[in-house]
Design a protein around this ligand. Structure first.
Ligand code: SF4
Length: 246
């Protein structure tokens, strides 16, 4: 993107963030669609809290491209939930993003990289496929929320990173807001939530949490790692960085 275009897009993101800071998630989604139209995608893990954002998005634009990272390491229940929820909500353009065959052949031929280098594994299975898919868009929507803590505590509603605008419509919502919305519209829960998984990722790196623990405490348990890398801003000139989850 040319420098002056980048500057204009960055200014637009700042203005939208100021305008939408306290807006209802649906208002944020409407503004995103109005601003970026077909150049806007939504990234979803079809995880524990995904139904709320997907339901809101389906009301605003049912044919919005929904990018789903099928890492090859997901729980079977997540793959089933992705099919059932997309159908139930009437989302017509859910795209399954898979790791490139060549990247797996070179970097993780035995599918055991998660045992020795989780950052490299996330890079091949999440960061690169999403980078490729997002290259055709100018803006995307995430399901991140401040109440998840960590790097997300100061999450803006609209941000500008790596030449793209990111909308975080649920940044201000807490667990009670999500539960109330899901109950109001009778949204189906991910089947593993009932088994103690308040946040879901790949099966090797996700464990149930105990009462009172943070929502994401079961992700990469016992490691310093808290994010997968797709929300980490890259230094100029680097291919990507590792380290955010959807
Ligand atoms: Fe690999 Fe674990 Fe990252 Fe999934 S979450 S891509 S299995 S390291």
């Amino acid at each position: 993107m040319a420098f002056d275009t980048l500057e204009r897009t960055g200014s637009l993101a700042s203005r939208l963030d100021a305008e939408l800071r306290r807006a209802h998630p649906r208002t944020v989604l409407e503004a995103a669609v109005e601003s970026f139209g077909d150049k806007l995608a939504l990234v979803s893990s079809f995880g524990a809290e995904s139904a709320v954002l997907l339901h809101l998005a389906a009301q605003v634009k049912s044919d919005i491209p929904v990018l789903f990272l099928d890492t090859g390491m997901l729980f079977g229940q997540t793959l089933d939930y992705r099919q059932q929820l997309a159908e139930r909500l009437g989302l017509t353009d859910v795209r399954d993003l898979r790791p490139a065959f060549q990247d797996l052949a070179v970097g993780d031929p035995e599918a055991k990289l998660w045992q020795t280098d989780t950052d490299a594994c996330c890079h091949i299975r999440k960061v690169l496929p999403l980078d490729r898919a997002l290259s055709g868009f100018e803006a995307w929507i995430t399901g991140r929320k401040r109440f998840h803590g960590g790097d997300r505590l100061h999450l803006p509603v609209v941000e500008f990173a790596d030449g793209q605008v990111k909308f975080n419509p649920l940044a201000n919502w807490g667990k009670a807001d999500l539960d109330a919305y899901a109950a109001q519209y009778d949204l189906p829960a991910h089947p593993l939530v009932a088994n103690g998984f308040p946040s879901l990722g790949c099966w090797p790196c996700t464990q149930p949490v105990e009462d009172g623990q943070d929502v994401r405490a079961g992700r990469w348990k016992g490691m310093d790692k808290t994010e997968c890398g797709i929300h980490v801003a890259r230094a100029p000139g680097t291919p990507n960085n590792v380290g955010g989850d959807i």
